[in-house]
Design a protein around this ligand. Structure first.
Ligand code: KMH
Ligand code: ZN
Length: 276
């Protein structure tokens, strides 16, 4: 098996400081959190930003500030979100891609998202995929529903996604595909054999999905974006406790953890950190 890539989704768009006091919000706080997860063993950070009031924002300057801190203080692979928050316009959402980060998330279809709809019509998905090509950004294809894999395959046929494609199975979003072993195995059967993949489980499903990812030879995403509880009723005191636990688990399961340099090789990224 390849070495294990751990992604930390540090902030997200939905979690609030009312829910957990450990959520980083400003670019400086987010960069501090990035340093801690790097020290713990993560090699990718998935980034969202918040404005002064703590509301989700895709503002380019906020991303630029956080990215500049993270790049000068760590060798992490930076993956910006193009998902943003439900209700944002395409123009808002695509902004951080224009900074040419190494990676960006790319959802290839729409899905119910709790009481809302996370809307990703195909013309917009193609526009985001084209932006990734223009700015030399590797997409991480976010799969909330199996139909999104079919859309990703047609983007590949259209030349808008290049092999090897990296997928992230986001399981357990209310209204999306439930976080079960059966569903993960079903999805794995649908992706091209050249692909790499990671798995995220929402809420209490985070640890079980991550464990399956380690065992099945995939990669794993953890972090406060997906889950704020370390265990039932106990808040995680930041993102790094999750990473620490997964590194220990991987060690027990004899799966070595990839450094950012090794992760770049696995994902087909340039070994050199991008200058942005
Ligand atoms: N906040 C969700 C609506 C992504 O980052 O690409 C979408 C999301 C996915 O978080
Ligand atoms: Zn996200």
């Amino acid at each position: 098996m390849e070495k294990l890539i751990i992604t930390a989704a540090l902030v997200g768009a939905e979690v609030t400081r009312q829910q957990t006091p450990y959520l980083p919000l400003s670019p400086r706080e987010i960069a501090n959190e990035a340093k801690k997860v790097r020290d713990a063993g993560a090699s990718i950070v998935h980034l969202h930003m918040r404005d002064d009031l703590g509301n989700p924002s895709q503002n380019q300057s906020l991303f630029a500030e956080a990215i500049s801190f993270i790049q000068s203080e760590t060798d992490l692979i930076i993956q910006v979100s193009t998902g943003g928050a439900v209700g944002m316009t395409a123009e808002e959402r695509v902004q951080p891609v224009t900074l040419s980060p190494e990676m960006a998330s790319l959802s290839t279809g729409s899905v119910n998202f709790g009481e809302d709809v996370f809307s990703n019509p195909l013309p917009m998905v193609r526009e985001f995929a084209q932006a990734c090509l223009n700015f030399q950004v590797k997409p991480e294809v976010e799969i909330f529903e199996s139909g999104m894999i079919q859309n990703a395959l047609s983007l590949m046929r259209q030349g808008l996604l290049q092999e090897p494609v990296h997928f992230n199975f986001v399981l357990g979003v209310p209204g999306g595909m439930p976080a079960t072993a059966k569903n993960l195995l079903f999805l794995l059967d649908l992706i091209p054999s050249s692909s790499t993949w990671t798995v995220s489980g929402m809420g209490r499903h985070q640890l079980s999905m991550n464990t399956l990812g380690i065992l099945l030879g995939g990669h794993i995403r953890t972090g406060l974006e997906d889950n704020i509880y370390y265990r039932k009723g106990v808040l995680a005191e930041g993102n790094f406790p999750f990473v620490n636990r997964l590194v220990k688990l991987a060690e027990i399961l004899e799966r070595p953890v990839a450094s950012p340099l090794e992760a770049r090789k696995i994902l087909g990224l340039s070994p050199i950190t991008k200058d942005m």
